[in-house]
Design a protein around this ligand. Sequence first.
Ligand SMILES: Cc1ncc(COP(=O)(O)O)c(C=O)c1O
Length: 377
Amino acid sequence: MQLSERTSRLSPSPIREILRVIDQPGMISFAGGLPSAASFPSIDELSVRPELLQYGATEGESALREQVAHDLAGRGLDVSAEQVLILSGSQQGIDLVAKLLIDSGTPVAVESPTYLAALQVFSLFGADFVSYQPSNIEALRQTHTPNLVYTIPTFQNPTGHCYNLAQRQTLAKVTDELGCVLFEDDPYRDLVYDHCERTPVCSFIERSSWVYQSSFSKTYAPGLRLGYLVCSEDLFPMLSWLKQAADLHSNRLSQSLVLSMLNRRDNRLAEVVDSYRAKRDAFCQALEQTLSPYCTWSVPDGGLFFWLTLKDPYVQDTGLLLQESLKRNVAFMPGDPFFPQSEGIPACLRLNFSHASEPEMKQGLSILSELISIAND
Ligand SMILES: Cc1ncc(COP(=O)(O)O)c(C=O)c1O
């Protein structure tokens, strides 16, 4: 048997490996970006129309595509329903865009750190990473011109950072000038706790090709596996054909369910946001009481994560810290897999605050603090 050349770059997602253990009884998880189970919508009223059991259109159900286009117009992104491709989770958008634009050695610009499962997919297709910081987007002009710029400008995973207006406009301008494709990944934008600029960067693009995507995982339920992308008209046919090749179309029951929830226009999302804001604040307070001697962090204005940097000279091997904390039933994500480079990485932890209850947060963070202090004795 001869495996394809790209399988030499295939590796399991570290996060999915850690998620395997979080169902163990008593485990406190700060690891995955798991929404709180209490936020899931009730689905009693789901009535299955028989036609939904038939094969459907690759692009998605037309009523859902229209609704998505309408909502995007409210965000400043003026697109038609014909530019909307419903996805089987926004992770699928990352795979489709990578297939479309990345060959072995293709330069791809990413924030450092960035979403580890995007790095995993881009690496599989052979990306050569160029990294940039939201504070220094202009530096992209000095690099080997990327074919693709991947960005999570709103409540970034893992840092929680949100680009200001000037940074958004600069990123669009630099992309236009370099003639590369902008790929904006925006699954957290509705989980907003404090005022933050959220206009899509793609809305400022004048010439370049672009893809914008979002997800129903964080606001409705990840098990539905539903997201969408919209893109400049030149890219749409090819992305749609790649989706045909991947899975023909997304699950029609999930699409119908999400559409009926979007049409409800109730206060559910506002209530979820309020409860996550309270969780973020409680987490922040617990962090102050436990980890402030050892770590620094910024309070995120939205999203699901705190990103902690360990102060020198405390623990520098966060992988070892994870092994010890799993023995004490606490899971978190070490920072290393979020970096596109392997050298000169600061010791960081990504902690999710939406999943654990308040007492679990306090207990889990105390255990982490204890382990860090023991490791430095
Ligand atoms: C930045 C980012 N993009 C994409 C995804 C994939 O989300 P999904 O496939 O559930 O829509 C995630 C999930 O955590 C994410 O954080």
